[in-house]
Design a protein around this ligand. Sequence first.
Ligand code: SF4
Length: 155
Amino acid sequence: MIMVSACLAGINCKYNGENNYCPSLCARLASHPHFLVCPETLGCLPIPRMPAEIYGGDGDDVLDGRARVITSQGDDVTNAFIQGARACWELARLNRVSLAILKSNSPSCGCGRIYDGSFSRRLRPGDGVAAALLRRNGVKIISEKDFQQIGYNSK
Ligand code: SF4
């Protein structure tokens, strides 16, 4: 079973009420069992909402209490991000997810690279909060860009 960031499938759950629809990814996923999640809305954040980035580290640092998730207006939404990440992991566990295809660069879903907390579109190494929790628990995580480059064989 594959878990997929909902915005990649055209769900309007992005902070600005829009999506990151990726038609080529959706076409390739059609032959694989999968379901959609949005960690930030699972953390009870509204749509639309203020954009947020991890300040002072990456998703692992947030999970370990060394960094916070802050909106562009300065509000601390760390607890909502952690709640959403835990909900995501619970769904992954219950559904025996073997792979999560997650939106690149996001403070929740980013895999390997995320925005650096300056709201300037600059990237830094690290996973988003939900991605980090999934990785910690043994779920293979990959961005939509990497999935399209290397593919996936579910057999
Ligand atoms: S939390 Fe993930 S699924 Fe939700 S809008 Fe952000 S990138 Fe997409």
